[in-house]
Design a protein around this ligand. Sequence first.
Ligand code: ADP
Ligand code: MG
Length: 354
Amino acid sequence: MPGPLQSHSREWLFCLFSLALLSACGGPESPTKLSGATMGTVWHVSYVPGASAPDAQELQRGIESELALVDQSMSTYRSDSEISRFNALAIREWFKPSVDFIRVMSAALDVGSKSEGAYDITVSPLVDLWGFGPNGMSGVTPDEEDIARIRARVGQQNIELDEMRYRVRKNDYLAVDFSSLAKGYAVDLVADWLTARGIEQYMVEVGGEMRLSGLSARGDLWRIAIEQPDSSERTVATTLQLTDVALATSGDYRNYFEVNGKRYSHSIDPRTGYPVAHDLVSVTVIHPSCMVADAWATALTVLGAERAMAVAQAQGLAVYFIRRVGGGFEHSHTPLFSRYLGEPQRTDVPQTEE
Ligand code: ADP
Ligand code: MG
């Protein structure tokens, strides 16, 4: 299905293995697994049905309709989506979107205001210019004048969100892009939907972002691997043991294009107009909300290692960072992340799922 994240499908094929669940098979109850395609990527749900859960077919249909809501609202690949209609709207004209749209915009503006200008959903025209938008890549780097001209149109201060009256407008020419947090929001929507159906033990994952609830089918905390950011090999950087939280990972080593041997990442720094080009290659954020984790993972990636660590600590976030240093990798994390770290590093990615 076309969606805001279509250009990321390559990323997800890889991610499927890298975020493999590490728990052993079998256990007191077997999990039921559902999956499908959405927003140009893949979703997976694994749950323990419990006594009163609806049957798997009904759950599959329900999950699909929750995901369709996000696609209809936030896909820049659809001209009839709410986001495309908002982007096409004239300056100062009020727009009355869905509650989902308002929630995502509000969270994005909040992260934007705390990220020293590194995160900004009005970066959309720059994303398009660099070829990471719906029109795809031209294979050449843009002109400096075009970058400067388009960068001048970026700025979330020109969005006026009136949450009391559920309406939003732009006070200058701009376009927004929710790709950096829409997958996370989709995870939250599906997770809340499952909870409302009496399901307490589940893992919901959309394009690599996930939320966990209760114990795994084995009766333990969920065990999740963070991948070593190496585009040629699949190795585990570290393992986590956790539940009742969400996690999102930004990994620029998966999503980039190359011109004359130089890599251009899909994370764009709105302050310069250029894709980020530093050594911070993987950022994993753990947060109760997957949408917020997803937005911060992107924001911290753009900030770069030093500012990202400072901002993450100031904001009280649980974050794991991997930097490329020389020929290897350097790992660090905020104090709040320590509680989720599992057993010491492993060298291979197990292919098992719980
Ligand atoms: P990652 O998992 O690598 O963070 P996401 O899918 O969460 O990737 O977000 C990347 C997408 O966010 C890009 O493809 C682009 O559409 C958008 N984006 C790029 N730079 C920024 C930025 N500085 N602020 C907000 N959104 C951005
Ligand atoms: Mg993100």
